[in-house]
Design a protein around this ligand. Sequence first.
Ligand code: SAM
Length: 273
Amino acid sequence: MNYRHAYHAGNFADCMKHALLVSLIGSFLRKPTPFMVLDTHAGIGRYDLRCEEAEKTQEWRTGIGLLTEEGPDSPLAPWLDLVRKAGGPEIYPGSPLLVSMMLREQDHLLCCEKHPEDKRRLYGIFTRTPNVTVHERDGYEALRALLPPQTAKRGLVLIDPPFEEPNEFARLENAVQTIQARFSNGMIAIWYPIKHRTPVRAFHMALQDAGVRDILAAELLMRPPVDPDRLNGSRLLVIKPPFGFAEQAKAQLERLKTRLNAHEWSVTQIVPE
Ligand code: SAM
């Protein structure tokens, strides 16, 4: 539990993940029926980019720091509007805060954060938000306790682990199977780093072998993924993506590539429906 997201908030990987997350949540807003979001690794929710940790790495400068001029016609606008509303770019909203800003009265957000201090800070943001619940617990273990959702028949499970453990991909594979067994029509979004291709390919094969279908991968590479010790790119794997998401993701990634001087992007269907 050494990972602190405050060092990385607003970097290129956050920008990619959060822009796409806002599109996924947006798809639920097309219908009035309630939805639920479970954020298994929630972080502290709100990041002051003037803090010591962010100052130390300056990662946000090559992420959200390059996007302040984006206008209302940008494919990134729905997400950047929320960033501005939250106090951005100095105050950068993490996944639970972004999701909470999109909830309607009938929708619900469940957050898990294992680090006690981070949980305390996250909890502090939502003391007056009745449809957000914050748990201090292991996000993987929570899947069995919190699924199927009690408040809605549709929803998203977002899994965004810190990748501190050597077996993170195996845990993700188990998590997907648990979610599908308990919440079969739920959408799943999993973030992971692209350091080297080999473990990523093995993860995709494992999902395919387990019979998981309808998988889309959106990727943004900052450089060719040849150095396994560097964060060369980032990926969001979406299981059961909503209608129109692939096209939205392509437009957002193309814009991010241009503005962040990235190497390349792709949106690939890994397994069809
Ligand atoms: N999803 C957040 C966002 O986009 O703003 C960022 C999350 S950060 C990458 C990962 C978080 O997971 C950290 O805050 C860390 O303390 C927490 N964490 C690590 N292991 C965990 C576990 N097993 N269960 C729940 N939280 C965990």
